[in-house]
Design a protein around this ligand. Structure first.
Ligand code: COA
Length: 242
């Protein structure tokens, strides 16, 4: 079964995360499939709508079973950080449709999109520090740029979870709706009536204001991946579930 289900509807590309048994945890296979979609999507004007094929979840973050065995070298490959950079750099706008937990890398995936539309069931959190690692795939700075440093600190340091309404208040989501696909399609269709070239250049213009990078975060993650603390904490997560 494909980890990512792509449905093209003209210029609207529905990118479905499709790993329900692991709550769409982003393993290497998922990342590889998403990278392939992004590479293909650069070749013609299209808007990406990133969603879960299963209701009630967005993505549970990086795959902890894989993460536990990653070392400094793997961290420096910047697997998720690189994916989210390329998603953010998609030539035309992207929309995340969130119907459930968007945790860790799942939250960072949503943050890398231009828009976030959520249902009342959505919840956002960055649990990385509980696992002995950090939000090294953009969470450390993309979150703050949306919700401000104060709320980013609460989420990153204290693990505060934001329910959909709080996420709307904080500026993390743009809209709450029960009709996720409908509202996503509506927004995308409105954008798709505009000039593709002007959209692309506007996106580039907005990106030029973006100062931070994940360079430091990736190096810091390399340090944390090598620590016994993160190994023990991730083992605790995996074993609690058995
Ligand atoms: N990585 C790997 N496996 C994960 C995972 C992750 N990030 N999140 C969930 N899973 C797996 C569980 O281990 C479980 O596997 P199993 O059925 O083989 O035991 C399966 O997905 C279902 O998870 P479960 O916790 O039973 O589902 P739930 O619906 O009760 O809860 C979540 C869903 C997302 C709230 C919960 O799984 C969770 O908190 N996940 C971890 C989130 C996290 O810390 N992410 C940060 C990663 S950096």
């Amino acid at each position: 079964m494909s980890r990512v289900v792509l449905r093209r509807e003209g210029e609207l590309w529905w990118v479905g995360l499709n790993r329900p048994d692991k709550r769409n945890a982003l393993d290497q296979a998922t990342v590889t499939e998403l990278e392939a979609v992004l590479a293909e999507a650069r070749r013609q004007p299209c808007l990406l709508l990133v969603h879960s094929t299963t209701p009630g979840i967005f993505a549970a973050g990086a795959d902890i079973a894989e993460l536990r065995d990653r070392d400094a070298d793997a961290a420096l490959l910047a697997i998720n950080a690189g994916l989210f950079e390329r998603l953010e750099a998609h030539r035309w706008p992207t929309i995340a449709l969130i119907d459930g937990p968007a945790l860790g890398g799942g939250c960072e995936l949503a943050l890398a999109c231009d828009f976030r539309i959520a249902t009342p069931q959505a919840v956002f959190a960055q649990p990385e520090l509980s696992l002995g690692i950090l939000a090294g795939a953009g969470g450390n700075w993309r979150l703050a740029s949306l919700v401000g440093l104060g709320m980013a600190r609460k989420m990153l340091y204290a693990g505060q979870r934001l329910a959909a309404a709080d996420a709307l208040d904080a500026g993390l989501v743009d809209e709450i709706t029960d009709d996720l696909a409908g509202r996503g399609a509506e927004l995308a269709a409105a954008i798709a009536t505009r000039s593709w070239r002007a959209l692309e250049l506007t996106k580039l213009a907005l990106r030029s204001q973006r100062q931070p990078t994940t360079t430091f975060d990736v190096a810091a993650q390399a340090l944390l991946f090598e620590s016994p603390d993160s190994y023990d904490r991730m083992t605790a997560f995996l074993e609690r579930r058995r």
